[in-house]
Design a protein. Structure first.
Length: 185
């Protein structure tokens, strides 16, 4: 009996109850407001956006919006409106490098950012030292194996890099969006 009471006391000191890393249930969530801007989460299977990515990593051990423990070295991301969790391909418009990332948090709330990558994802994409990078973010349905690897905090199988022709087209679209005021840097 004393052992059981001691175990319960120690469990109480453990801190937050983090949700196990799983792909169900998928949470869309209610609209929310940050710094005067209202965001409306929604399922969007055709989500495909050009913009800028940043990264975060000093929040080690904190809880994500999905209720999971944030792992800076894991391959995850924050997005303002996609369901939690979701999977996206992120392509660097500078190098063409493409990675698969699991979205399990909300953000970024910095002006002009479309996605906030974990430190591990930023390293994989090759943009950590720059701090921010022009990217394409596209929602995808990964293979069961890739989803399992990302849930475990590991990189998915390598994805083909975008070709020079595709990169030129995406860079031109991003520049046009910036000129039209649709994309902020």
């Amino acid at each position: 009996m004393a052992i059981a009471a001691g175990t319960l006391a120690l469990a109480g000191c453990a801190g937050r109850d983090y949700r196990p890393v799983a792909d169900t249930p998928v949470k869309i969530g209610r609209p929310y407001t940050v710094r005067g801007t209202t965001y409306v989460p929604a399922a969007d299977p055709r989500y495909d956006e050009l913009g800028y990515a940043s990264w975060y990593g000093n929040e080690s051990g904190k809880q994500t919006a999905n209720g999971e423990r944030f792992r800076p070295k894991g391959i995850s991301a924050a997005h303002k409106t996609l369901p939690l969790p979701s999977y996206v391909e992120v392509t660097s418009l500078e190098t063409g490098r493409t990675i698969l990332v699991r979205v399990n948090d909300r953000g970024p709330f910095a002006r002009g950012r479309v996605i906030d990558l974990s430190r591990g994802a930023a390293d994989l994409l090759g943009m950590r030292s720059a701090g921010a990078a022009a990217v394409r973010v596209r929602r995808v349905d990964p293979s069961a194996r890739d989803a399992a690897r990302l849930r475990a905090g590991k990189p998915a199988q390598d994805r083909p890099a975008a070709s020079g022709r595709v990169l030129e087209s995406l860079q031109a679209q991003l520049a046009a969006g910036e000129r039209a005021g649709l994309v902020q840097r």
